[in-house]
Design a protein around this ligand. Sequence first.
Ligand code: PEP
Ligand code: MN
Length: 360
Amino acid sequence: MKSDKWTDRLAVDGQVYIAGPCSAETRDQVLTTARLLQGGKVKIFRAGVWKPRTRPGNFEGVGAVALPWLREVYEQTGLLPAVEVANAVHVEKVLEYGIPVLWIGARTTTNPFAVQEIADALRGNDELIVLIKNPVNPDIDLWTGALERIHKAGIKSLGLVHRGFSVYRREYYRNVPGWQIPVEIKTRFPHIPLLNDPSHICGRRDCIENIAQTALDLQFDGFMIEVHPDPDHAWSDAAQQITPDTLNRLLEKLIIRHPGFTGTEVLEKLNELRREIDKTDGELLRVLKKRLDLTGRIATEKRLRNVAVLQPARWKEIRENVSRLARELGLEETTVLNLYGEIHQASIRLQEKIINQKEK
Ligand code: PEP
Ligand code: MN
């Protein structure tokens, strides 16, 4: 799947910058924000008009009355307005006001009925830019499915927005980044621009820069960031919004690195290191195979003696051993434990197969 090159038209230093308030609140707030962004790196102006709030009773957006304000943004500043749509009526309204950029929010991406309704309403409007945020849950196929539905409706200017994933208990992040998911979607769709929304990942101002830098280091194609002239008094998502001025300073601080190595000398050195890595991967997999073979032999003993697969005390002992070893080797303990979680699952699956094998 491909997108046309809409990002080339709007990129500055190879990146597309989208910014604007979480919500359109008043005409004055919208136009003031847009004027403060005008002339900088930001070329697309976002503003939520209908706000999909997780729980009722919060500010739910001013609705379609804000659409003329966004037209004014376009006419007065040249910034392209962008609005979130969650159903066919929203799409109809947005088309009526000639809004050129739409996005599908995280809660909507989780629902194929809603995405299909939006896709059907979009049919025939192939000049629009449509961005699809990741679903709230880390389900790459749901994200992919939403992209496919919009693509099938004939939309050619597509983009994906990574805004993190909900977790049971919010700790540092409002939505954990789960970087492996955008990395995988980038691998699946290398020709679809991938943007990062650090505002909704962080839920707070002080981590936006770090998240944005990581996104650049992972070769994202741009950003969607929430800005407000008076962030503390924003009607929604106050804690994560920054002023346009803070955004401009933040964008200056970000480091855009080269997309790859160039120069024969460094390439030779690199190839040598990569060959070493490939060799090490071979060794790792052979060791893994050896470990699973041992597990299989234990499973045969368990089968003969009718002993349960899971031995909690032994699993605890393994975890303690590898934690200690990880610390000694200077490896990240949580990474090693996660890895062992996977290995243990594979071992359980193998043992289940052996222990439940039917006699021939
Ligand atoms: C938003 O962009 O304001 C928004 C509601 O985001 P998300 O869908 O990522 O929660
Ligand atoms: Mn928001």
